[in-house]
Design a protein around this ligand. Structure first.
Ligand SMILES: [Zn+2]
Ligand SMILES: [Zn+2]
Length: 475
């Protein structure tokens, strides 16, 4: 009985852990490695295990860094079921189809260039067809129901409050007379964020695999961010321009819409036309609207009072490219929410082309902007940017509103650990080394024990509770 850490070990993306119990092997998540060319190469490499010998996948949530290689796993011979919370399955449908579309587009572009150099064509990581096949393997589950998925392996999904349908996974493992309980946090939500519930407390575990994305910092108080949003919207109304908001399709967009409805009067939003200009975000918003049962108390109450997500009378959903292009003709008074969140693709780039040079345009950043992205350039005050080879002057004012996050911060991570009645063995995953070190020290100081940091070359023997090197004992 052991765990191997095949992804998100001393890094954030590519979540993938293998648990072996007796003859059975399951994967916790099978995510994409994200970030640059090198990440793409690593995704295409052979898995460090045989996909045909994996009996099941247990999936925490539908972000691609957790689920994005499942279609590839199926393409390479995985035959078993994928267990996940049922709304997560719906979301995976949206995510896989979108990813396959992007791969298709990018591979075609690349192959045209390769053809001109007499180079052989390359294959996409997976196609829309592979994505559909992978979805056939999904076996959706409800939260809070215990289930035996293989002899000696029982699981239960608990709400992680991170994005809709996200789970913390509890696993009860049995091999001979040995019993162990493992808890995998997936990604834990930020308790101040609206709509979803807080991460469920878990009272018991022998081993906890815990995310540590923001293990090294604390989020800005929510109310401060809301006050700042109000101020920026006011200034924007005075300068009589448009507001462009690059936003992640899943989670952040729905939070924004929710806040717009909550602060509709306070922020005087009636004077704006609001456009949700992203087909993927529109689909994801529909899933959120269809699953109010997963909202927190306050959001449920707003649904009953007809004040939630869909109550914005001046919200237009622009699905088609024609509808999106028509927005270029609006000179002022429009708030346009479009993908992608870091401005690397999607319709936001088209809006930038038409509006970024204008002095009365405002760009509102509400999400993390990674190094090397167009979004980051804007945040860092670039005076010009390149769009489709053309240099565009940045006349717009760029505002960053911090405080939005889908992840628990250091304080919340420690708060969640405090729910365990008996001290478990905590292993940190899904974090950069700096964040992990900071969390390790803080937990040691405040809770009196030192969490481990998962290393890719090690496995944890769950019976002896000892780390071993992977190569030595590989069978
Ligand atoms: Zn996530
Ligand atoms: Zn993640």
């Amino acid at each position: 009985m052991h765990i191997e850490f095949h992804g998100a070990a001393q890094e954030v993306t590519g979540s993938c852990h293998l648990i072996q119990v007796g003859h059975y092997r399951i994967l916790l998540d099978c995510g994409l490695i994200q970030g640059g060319k090198y990440g793409e190469q690593r995704n295409a490499e052979p898995f460090p295990f045989d996909p045909k010998r994996i009996d099941a996948v247990v999936l925490s949530h539908s972000h691609l860094d957790h689920c994005g290689r499942i279609p590839l796993l199926v393409k390479r011979g995985f035959k078993g079921p994928v267990y996940t919370q049922k709304v997560c399955r719906e979301m995976c449908g949206i995510m896989f189809r979108d990813a396959a579309n992007i791969y298709d587009h990018d591979t075609r572009t690349l192959n045209r260039k390769r053809a001109r150099k007499h180079q052989p064509p390359v294959e996409p990581l997976y196609t829309a067809d592979d994505a559909e096949k992978a979805l056939q393997h999904f076996q959706p589950k409800d939260y809070d129901v215990e289930d035996e998925i293989l002899p000696g392996i029982r699981i239960r999904f608990k709400d992680a409050g991170h994005i809709i349908g996200s789970s913390i996974v509890e696993l009860w493992l049995e091999e001979g007379r040995h019993k162990r309980k493992v808890v995998f946090t997936g990604d834990l939500g930020h308790s101040e964020a609206p709509i979803l519930r807080d991460p469920a407390p878990i009272p018991n575990a022998d081993v906890v695999l815990m995310e540590s994305t923001y293990g090294g910092r604390c989020h800005r108080p929510w109310q401060e961010s809301m006050d700042e949003m109000g101020q920026i919207l006011n200034e924007a109304a005075q300068s009589k321009g448009n507001i462009l908001i690059p936003s992640f399709a899943v989670g952040r967009t729905q939070e924004l819409l929710y806040l717009f409805s909550e602060y509709f009067d306070e922020w005087n939003l009636g004077r704006w036309q609001i456009f949700l200009d992203s087909p993927m975000a529109i689909e994801a918003t529909e899933v959120y609207l269809n699953h109010c049962e997963l909202y927190n108390k306050e959001a449920k109450q707003r649904v009953l009072n007809h004040q939630a997500l869909n109550s914005l009378s001046n919200l237009r959903l622009t699905k088609t490219p024609e509808e999106s292009m028509a927005l270029n003709r609006i000179a002022s008074g429009a708030i346009i929410i479009a993908g992608s969140g870091m401005c690397e693709g999607g319709r936001i780039r088209h809006h930038f082309k038409y509006q970024l040079w204008k002095r009365n345009t405002k760009v509102l950043m509400v999400g993390f902007q990674a190094k090397g992205t167009l979004g980051r350039q804007l945040v860092e005050g670039a005076e010009t940017v390149k769009l489709w080879g053309e240099t565009v002057n940045v006349g717009a004012t760029v505002h960053t509103v911090g405080g939005f996050s889908a992840h628990a911060d250091q304080e919340e991570l420690i708060g969640w650990l405090q729910h365990f009645k008996k001290q478990p063995k905590v292993i940190l995953v899904h974090g950069e080394p700096g964040a992990q070190d900071a969390l390790q020290q803080e937990v040691e100081q405040r809770l009196g024990y030192r969490p481990d940091i998962a290393k890719p070359e090690q496995k944890l023997d769950l019976i002896q509770m000892r780390y071993e090197s992977l190569e030595k004992s590989a069978d």
